[in-house]
Design a protein around this ligand. Structure first.
Ligand code: TXA
Ligand code: MG
Length: 338
């Protein structure tokens, strides 16, 4: 199969392929998603195959209008209506109990709940609207690899496995959406993202603590248990605030390890001599820029040269957007600091 690149001008052709049960990757504000008709169980099963994704990991249903939620959720809770008014379209995914049978079990992983979001991206909304059905949209990468933030990343992983990719350029957020479980009495964040707890709490009051519940009652995003975001090179984190990386790099080099740096321009320029490669995440310290470029940087350093054994990455305090950045980076690094 030759994977076709669609653009704004050819969205309706891409939408026809969705209606025919085929797979089209599409841009959102967070990362590219792998789209299929969420009401077509066979089409959705091909999404798992193309990604190599474990089948117990449920998918997010992407909507283009707020009203579409009523097909799946019997009574949208008052607090959810407030969040929808505030954050949709946008990078907030919400989990609700669904009307039994309203979605194929291959979408929900057999759970009584499902995850929904309305992406803040013109092309994503156009594709959903023209297809006339909600779309599942897991990140359009091979399972376990960094999520794709450009159409080229999607093609790198999925060329030959999907019908097409709708090219909307680079995504603006760069990390996947915040996942909020609203199917429990005390809502909890299952996956941190650009929309942070304090912003949600400003709308609906205090959230529950995901880890305050006993393990057997703990609601979890099944996807969070899998190894994620891993390039081929080993990823190691530098402690927060560390500016002089040269000693650490030289030590690795004396052991024969070739090191690349993923950090701000400032840190790169201070440590350039010792490293064999680099990718700038931001100018000075800027966690929004670093979040937008983290996956692209991991991918690029992995692709640019097979000379790199280890990628050293800048860390940020785990607060605000830094929580989401560090959540993804820690998975890529398997929690390893230098
Ligand atoms: O930003 C995003 O959310 C991107 C873009 C493409 O929209 N999509 C994305 O999808 O990240 P995916 O499939 O890679 O991540 C979905 C996450 C997984 O961790 C999954 O386990 C969780 O949401 N999830 C989905 N349905 C769930 C449910 N019913 N209960 C708990 N967690 C659920
Ligand atoms: Mg993913």
């Amino acid at each position: 199969m030759e994977t076709k690149r669609y653009t704004k001008e050819t969205v309706s052709q891409a939408a026809k392929r969705i209606q025919a049960g085929e797979l089209i990757a599409f841009p959102t504000e967070t990362v590219y998603g792998l789209g299929a008709d969420a009401t077509n169980a066979e089409a959705v099963s091909h999404v798992y195959q193309a990604k190599g994704r474990p089948s117990d990991n449920p998918l997010i249903v992407h909507l283009s209008t707020k009203e579409q939620l009523n097909q799946f959720v019997a009574e949208v809770p008052e607090r959810a209506i407030k969040l929808i008014e505030t954050f949709w379209p946008g990078p907030l995914t919400m989990i609700f109990e669904i009307i039994p049978g309203s979605l194929p079990s291959v979408v929900t992983g057999g759970l009584k709940t499902a995850a929904f979001r309305m992406p803040d991206h013109e092309l994503a909304l156009a594709l959903i609207t023209e297809a006339g059905v909600p779309l599942v949209g897991p990140s359009a990468n091979t399972s376990g690899k960094p999520s794709p933030t450009t159409a080229d990343h999607v093609l790198h992983d999925l060329a030959g496995k999907v019908t097409g990719v709708l090219d909307g350029g680079a995504t603006t957020v760069g990390l996947e959406s915040t996942v909020l479980d609203l199917s429990v009495p005390e809502p909890v964040i299952l996956r941190p993202g650009q929309i942070v707890a304090a912003e949600i709490e400003a709308v609906i009051g205090e959230l529950g603590q995901a880890n305050a519940l006993p393990a057997d009652q703990q609601p979890k995003a099944p996807g969070m248990k899998y190894q994620h975001y891993s390039p081929n090179a080993r990823v190691l984190m530098m402690p927060v605030g560390e500016r002089d990386w040269s000693e650490a790099i030289l030590k690795l080099q004396t052991e024969g390890v070739r090191v690349a740096i993923l950090a701000s321009e400032e840190i790169i320029s201070m440590n350039q001599l010792a490293s064999v490669g680099s990718f700038a995440l931001s100018e000075g310290d800027n966690v929004a820029d670093a979040s937008r470029l983290l996956f692209a940087g991991l991918r690029q350093l992995d692709e640019s040269s097979n000379e790199i054994d280890t990628i050293l990455v800048q860390t940020y305090p785990e607060e605000g957007l830094g929580l989401a950045y560090m959540n993804r980076l820690k998975k890529a690094a398997d929690n390893q600091y230098i």
